[in-house]
Design a protein around this ligand. Structure first.
Ligand code: ZN
Length: 92
């Protein structure tokens, strides 16, 4: 299980993503990371999408990330680089 993310600012999102890194491509207003299950998760950034903030090099994404479209259905928050698990999404 992933318990933390560090931030990597990139111009382009790399093809191969390392686990435990939140890639932020400012130019394209998108953050990308790998879920604990290994799949790529894209979070668009913007006023009506995810809010990204950085403090002391530690990334925070708000709101939580719910991977209901992935088989793992994981749901978590990234706050100051730390992952807070929010329990799994149910079928309902
Ligand atoms: Zn997953």
């Amino acid at each position: 299980m992933i318990d933390s993310f560090r931030l990597e600012r990139v111009q382009y999102v790399p093809k191969i993503l390392e686990i435990g890194i939140l890639y932020v491509a400012d130019e394209f207003d998108i953050a990308v990371h790998r879920c604990a299950c290994g799949l790529k998760v894209k979070t668009p950034l913007g006023p009506t999408e995810w809010q990204f903030t950085e403090e002391n090099g530690l990334p925070t994404l708000h709101p939580s990330i719910g991977n209901w479209q992935l088989r793992c259905r994981s749901h978590y928050l990234i706050t100051a680089g730390k992952v807070r698990w929010a329990g799994q999404w149910s079928e309902a």
